[in-house]
Design a protein around this ligand. Structure first.
Ligand SMILES: Cc1cc2nc3c(=O)[nH]c(=O)nc-3n(C[C@H](O)[C@H](O)[C@H](O)COP(=O)(O)O)c2cc1C
Length: 216
């Protein structure tokens, strides 16, 4: 009898403990969820603002995201999220997701910002598997190499010079590592070609909102 009581008491205590623990976890999740979402958004926005600084536009690029479906040209394996910077409703820049498929260790994921005049706002490697000390100089944290694309365009340098120096182009390679910069340079050039071909849809201006029915 005494043993049954003890088992019952322990079972109740255990159940209580489980309920309190689960409640605690749920409360922590709910209270931090919004903070985690806000932090993620801030990190994403900071990356976009590195390419297209805040003083160049007055929309929230995060809220002006759109999907690019032309996978092959941008090297994407699935539709990617792109962003538009606008000043007073007029698109001033786009930031596109791009993949250089031919890095030394496979795909190098990039974000490429292009101004409406066709010049590059910037290029950032956001994911890659290149070798530390060699190909990882594609990261801005490791070297300033990627900044060499800023301000470049389809005709600056001329298309035949959109290569690394080892291939008779104008862009530096890394010491002992040509494959990574070659892949990123080619992907960046293809992005400029893509933007040039699709500029009417990429830099679409906001249509004025109709406030009344047009006259018949
Ligand atoms: C272990 C190892 C890792 C390497 N990692 C890279 C890399 O991440 N990026 C790169 O461009 N080259 C890397 N290289 C060097 C390339 O194999 C190649 O020699 C170099 O990029 C020069 O290429 P090129 O002959 O086309 O000029 C690596 C070589 C070795 C042995």
């Amino acid at each position: 009898m005494q043993m049954t009581d003890s088992i019952r008491r322990n079972a109740i205590l255990l159940a209580l403990f489980s309920v309190i623990t689960a409640g605690g976890i749920a409360a922590t999740y709910i209270s931090t969820r919004d903070m985690i979402i806000a932090n993620k958004r801030a990190v994403e926005e900071a990356t976009l603002l590195e390419l297209v600084p805040r003083d160049t536009h007055n929309n929230s690029m995060l809220d002006d995201a759109f999907t690019v479906e032309d996978l092959a040209f941008l090297g994407l394996d699935s539709p990617g999220k792109a962003y538009r910077a606008k000043r007073d409703g007029q698109a001033v820049a786009v930031i596109l997701p791009v993949v250089a498929p031919d890095g030394y260790s496979g795909k190098i994921r990039l974000m490429v910002g292009v101004w409406a005049d066709g010049t590059l706002a910037g290029v950032r490697a956001i994911e890659h598997h290149e070798t530390p000390g060699l190909g990882d100089k594609v990261e801005l944290k490791k070297s300033r190499w990627v900044l060499g694309f800023n301000g470049k365009s389809l005709d600056n340098p001329s298309p035949d010079l959109w290569k690394v120096k080892k291939d008779k182009g104008v862009f530096d390679q890394f010491t002992g590592a040509t494959i990574t910069p070659r892949a990123v340079t080619a992907a960046t050039f293809r992005t400029l070609q893509y933007v040039d071909t699709h500029r009417d849809t990429l830099f679409v201006a906001d249509q004025p909102v109709a406030t009344e029915e047009p006259a018949p």
